[in-house]
Design a protein around this ligand. Structure first.
Ligand code: FAD
Ligand code: NAI
Length: 467
C-alpha cells in the first residue's frame, strides 16, 4: 500500500477543489466518490442542472411573453421539456467529465466506491461490485456533502412527492405544482415550471419567502413572483402530503389553526438539506455527529481527530458550492504550512429567479437587532437607462453602511444579473470600502451596475442622481 498525503472522501465542489489545490502544492492525493461521476450534488443534481433548466425556461418565457414587445414575432412557441432535460443532461455530463479531466491533469488518483474509515490513517473503498481497497494516508478530508431533508408526513415517494433530484428530471410540465418551502430550491425550481406554464403554489412555514434574507428582498421577490402567477401560503404548517395516485393532496394548518387542503399534480419538498455521513464509519475513529447530523470542526476545519478535517455541506455554515470550494483550498494551504483565511461574513448568496436575488454581508434586521447605527441607500432598477432599453425593469439595490464610519456592511439586491453584479459589493467590502468609495468609482453607462453606484450615493448623503 502506498501512502497518500491526503485522502479526500467526496468529489463535490469541496472535495474536488481541495484535491486540485493539494496536488498543486505537491501532495500525493487520492479522492473517493461513491457515484460513477465526479462533481457531487452541485454538478450532478444541484447548481449546474438547475441553472441549465432555469436558463432554458427563461428563454421559453421570453419567447412566449416578451419578444413581441421587442418587435420579434414568433408564432406557436412551444416548450419541449424532453429536449430541455436532454440538454441539461449534456451540460451535466460535460461538466462532470471536466472534473475527471482536472483530476487526471493534476495526477489526483480517483477511486470509485464508498469511502469509510478503518482507522485514522486507513480508508476503505468499497466498489459497486463489492471489491474492497485499503488506502493508507497521512491526512483525511471528509467532504461528503448533504442530502435533501424532509419532516414526518412529507416523506418523498419520488413518484409524485419529489425532492429537487427527481424534479430536475421531470419530463412533463405539470398543470399544478405544490412546493413545500419558499427557500432557494423551492423558488428556483418553482420558477422553472412556473415559466413553462405550471400553476405553482408554495406553502411556507415562515412569515415571508426567502426568510433568512433581507426583508426588502423578500418583499420585492414576493411581488415579482406573484406577478408571474405564483401563489403563496405563508405561515402554514404542513401536516402531511399524500400521493393520491393521480396527484397529491396536502394538508396544512394556517396561522389561525384552521386546516387547509391543497391538491396538485406533484409536490416538491424543499425544506432544507441535511449533512450526509451514512456509511462513513465515523465511529471507527471515535467521531460522532452533532444534533444536526453535522461533523463538528474547530476554526481550522479540523475534527477532534487531529489528522481528519471536514468541509462543505457536511459541516456548519452556508450550504453553498463556493463556501465548500473555499474551505477545500483552505485545507490544502493549511496542510502545506500556509496561513489561509476565509471571511465567512463575505460569502455571497444568490437566488437564481428572474430577476436574480443576491446579497452579501449583514441584513438590515441583523444590524438593527445588534444595535448598530446604520444608514441605507436604495435605488430602483426601473430608473436605469439600461433597464428601460432591455425591458427588465423590476428590482432594487440596497446598500447598508455604518452611520458613523460609512463602511459598507451589507448589500442586497434583486436585479437582472444580480448574481454577477454582487461581486462588485463583495470586492468593495473585502477591502472595507465606504459607501462613498463605491459611489466615487466610475461605472460604465448604460449598465445595471449603475444601480450600485446610485444606491451608494443614496447611502452616502441621500444624493442619488437619477431618481
Ligand atoms: P456535495 O456536492 O454534496 O458532494 C459530496 C459528494 O460526496 C457526493 O458526490 C457524494 O456522492 C459523495 N459521498 C458522500 N459520502 C461518500 C462516501 N462515504 N464515500 C464516497 N463518496 C461519498 N450552491 C451554490 O452555491 N449555488 C447554486 O446555484 C446551488 N444550486 C443548488 C441547486 C440544488 C437543486 C441543490 C440541491 C443544491 C444547490 N446548491 C447550490 C448547493 C450546493 O450543491 C452544495 O452546497 C455543494 O454541492 C456542497 O458541496 P460539498 O462538496 O460539500 O458536497
Ligand atoms: P432553504 O433553507 O433555502 O429553504 C427551506 C425553506 O423551507 C425555508 O424557507 C423554511 O422556512 C421552509 N420550511 C422548513 N420547514 C418547513 C415546513 N415544515 N413547512 C413549510 N416550510 C418549511 O432550503 P432549500 O431550498 O431546500 O435549499 C437547501 C440548501 O441548498 C440551501 O441551504 C441553499 O444554500 C442550497 N441551495 C443554494 C442555491 C443557490 O445558491 N442558488 C440553490 C439551491 C439550493
Amino acid at each position: 500500500m502506498s501512502t497518500y498525503d491526503i485522502t479526500i472522501i467526496g468529489s463535490g465542489p469541496g472535495g474536488y477543489v481541495a484535491a486540485i489545490r493539494c496536488a498543486q502544492l505537491g501532495m500525493k492525493t487520492a479522492i473517493i466518490e461513491k457515484y460513477d461521476t465526479l462533481g457531487g450534488t452541485c454538478l450532478n443534481v444541484g447548481c449546474i442542472p438547475s441553472k441549465a433548466l432555469l436558463d432554458s425556461s427563461e428563454h421559453f418565457h421570453n419567447a412566449a411573453h416578451n419578444f413581441e414587445e421587442h418587435g420579434v414575432d414568433l408564432n406557436g412557441v412551444k416548450a419541449n421539456m424532453k429536449q430541455m432535460i436532454k440538454r441539461k443532461n449534456e451540460v451535466v455530463a460535460q461538466t462532470c467529465n471536466g472534473v475527471k479531466f482536472l483530476m487526471d491533469k493534476n495526477k489526483v488518483e480517483v477511486h470509485y466506491g464508498l469511502g469509510s474509515f478503518v482507522d485514522k490513517n486507513t480508508v476503505k473503498v468499497t466498489a459497486k461490485d463489492g471489491k474492497e481497497t485499503l488506502l493508507s494516508t497521512k491526512n483525511i478530508l471528509i467532504a461528503t456533502g448533504s442530502k435533501p431533508n424532509f419532516f414526518p408526513g412529507m416523506e418523498p415517494d419520488k413518484k409524485r412527492i419529489l425532492t429537487s433530484t427527481e424534479m430536475l428530471n421531470l419530463e412533463e410540465i405539470p398543470g399544478k405544482l405544490l412546493v413545500i418551502g419558499a427557500g432557494v430550491i423551492g423558488l428556483e425550481l418553482g420558477s422553472v415550471f412556473g415559466r413553462l406554464g405550471t400553476q405553482v403554489e408554495v406553502v411556507e412555514f415562515a412569515k415571508a419567502i426567502i426568510p433568512t434574507m433581507d426583508s426588502t428582498l423578500s418583499k420585492e421577490l414576493t411581488r415579482v413572483l406573484k406577478k408571474d402567477g405564483f401563489k403563496f401560503h405563508l405561515e402554514h404548517r404542513v401536516q402531511g402530503v399524500k400521493n393520491t395516485g393521480k396527484g397529491v393532496k396536502l394538508t396544512a394548518l394556517n396561522k389561525k389553526g384552521e386546516e387547509v387542503t391543497l391538491e396538485a399534480d406533484y409536490c416538491l419538498v424543499a425544506v432544507g438539506r441535511k449533512a450526509y455521513t451514512e456509511g462513513l464509519g465515523l465511529e471507527n475513529i471515535g467521531l460522532e455527529v452533532n444534533n444536526r447530523g453535522q461533523v463538528d470542526v474547530n476554526e481550522h476545519l479540523q475534527t477532534s481527530v487531529p489528522n481528519v478535517y471536514a468541509i462543505g455541506d457536511v459541516i456548519k455554515g452556508a450550504m453553498l458550492a463556493h463556501k465548500a470550494e473555499d474551505e477545500g483550498v483552505y485545507i490544502a494551504e493549511l496542510l502545506a504550512g500556509q496561513k489561509p483565511h476565509i471571511n465567512y461574513n463575505l460569502i455571497p448568496g444568490v437566488v437564481y429567479t428572474w430577476p436574480e436575488v443576491a446579497a452579501v454581508g449583514k441584513t438590515e434586521e441583523e444590524l438593527r437587532s445588534a444595535g448598530v447605527e446604520i444608514k441605507i441607500g436604495q435605488f430602483p432598477i426601473k430608473a436605469l437607462g439600461r433597464a428601460r432599453a432591455s425591458g427588465d425593469i423590476q428590482g432594487v439595490v440596497k446598500i447598508i453602511a455604518d452611520a458613523a464610519t460609512d463602511e459598507v456592511l451589507g448589500v442586497h439586491m434583486i436585479a437582472p444579473r444580480a448574481a454577477d453584479l454582487i461581486m462588485e459589493a463583495v470586492t468593495a467590502m473585502e477591502f472595507r470600502a465606504s459607501a462613498e468609495d463605491m459611489a466615487r468609482i466610475c461605472h460604465p453607462h448604460p449598465t445595471y451596475s449603475e444601480a450600485l453606484k446610485e444606491a451608494a450615493l443614496a447611502a452616502t448623503d441621500d444624493r442619488a442622481m437619477h431618481v
